[in-house]
Design a protein around this ligand. Sequence first.
Ligand code: GLY
Length: 293
Amino acid sequence: MGLDFGVVVHGGAGSPEDLSDGCKSACLAAFRILEAGGPALDAVVEACRALEDDGRFNAGSGSVLRIDGKTVEMDAAVMDSVGNLGMVMNIRGVKNPVAVARGVTRTPHVALAGRGAEAFAKKIGIAALHEVSVQALERHEKVSALLKEGRLGEINPLWKDIGPSFFSGLSCDTIGAVAVDGNGVFAVAASTGGAVPMLVGRVGDTPMIGCGFYAGPAGAVAATGIGEEIIRRMLAKKVYDGFCEDGYVQSECRDGIALFAADIPVGLIGISGKGYSVSSNRPMAHYAMVRES
Ligand code: GLY
């Protein structure tokens, strides 16, 4: 099997399958760009923008709150196999962090953070958004209740005392998309409000190259799950390096998931010239559209 072009979208490790309609709409929007001969990078940005605007996913308008109960800080990244790379970290008050990351690819820099990223977003015309979603408020109430019970250790970065069921029921985690276009260019985009619970200022895997995302001549990979664990394993680059060996994405993504203990939610999507894969140790809403030859 060979792919002429195609796109795969996920709604985050732990996202229920009944959110797949959101992934389908995002995928369709991206696929139309590819069908019209557009670049893979535009397609993945469009897919992530749709999921950021959906409100049910932990990204953009659906982003979760930090542990203070009032702050939303988001991360996003884009990359393709022809040298485009952009990352934003800890950005507040913008509707589409993925569009800011895309904007960064047009500057001499590859990463912007915090206030500078927000000023840049304003300069390039990214809409502001200061509302917090109902889901984010509900999730935060659960975090607060657990805090009161003394079940969150403030200095434990993995909050292990919470347990896996808490994470899987509470947070959809990152959204992401991978694509290949008709010219054989691969691209990835990812966006997140972070992992519940987290301190203000915390940055996860999503805007870290080789951890939450990677794209190169052999394919593209997007990861989702608890960022600290993904970063320790440099997951996306590790899986991508497997693509370079033989181009078979299914086994590489499966092996990537197997690097994690069962109580760590993690998911991967990958695409190469030979096919695509969706792997996760939790439910994960997703959708794929490909044209094969
Ligand atoms: N995977 C999203 C995060 O940990 O921030």
